[in-house]
Design a protein around this ligand. Sequence first.
Ligand code: PEP
Length: 251
Amino acid sequence: MRKKLIVGNWKMNGSLQANAALLEQLRNGYDPARAELAVCASAPYLAQLQSLLAGSGIDWGAQDVSAHEPGAYTGEVSAEMLRDFACRYVIVGHSERRQYHGESDDVVAAKAQRALSAGITPIVCVGETWRDREAGRTEFVVKRQLSAVIHTVGHCTSEIVVAYEPVWAIGTGQTATPEQAQAVHAVLRAQLRAATAHADRNRILYGGSMNPANAAALLAQPDVDGGLIGSASLDAGQFLSIVAACPWVAQ
Ligand code: PEP
């Protein structure tokens, strides 16, 4: 079993003051033997993450990246800019971006490609809506979303992190059961294996109302390699409890 990866998605939350307090608690409470840890913040706070997390063993990243190369794209943030702030990760294709900003599978794939070309690991989010699930389309939807990325990034497929985030579970308090999560993760694992001989390097995270009470059961699933955590990542106690819920892995 691999060491788990726990990533916080702060979404559009935070302030210089609140972030400093949260990061201080994370630095003091993080046990690197338990899991790898990262936080993804809004672009204006990346310099703060870089200065306060350097040397802590905690990684940081962004929540989005432009699909374009540097140029005339007002308001966009390029992968090269994220690299300037030593981002290790960038979330791409979060359902809130797909839903509120109309990001298509192709745009998400282009973003993943731009991240990889700047040496940043994209955390590619896939997930079905409740309506998709009710209609028995879960597998079809997540495979379609991941397939667009695999098709675009080709031989770099083993370098991506995938996050399965059922849309109906994000920020709703409704979590996929461990069995539901494992079933979809197994489908994604098989898809990655068919695309790359190095799929053992891919981590597949679960995201959607993960909290200290449900984390252990989700993280115990064989194909759940960690978590992408929204609301619970804004509370150091809860976030660190999720890290503590990771199964012990002998190194
Ligand atoms: C997310 O935004 O990626 C997420 C999983 O949110 P929450 O944990 O709040 O459901």
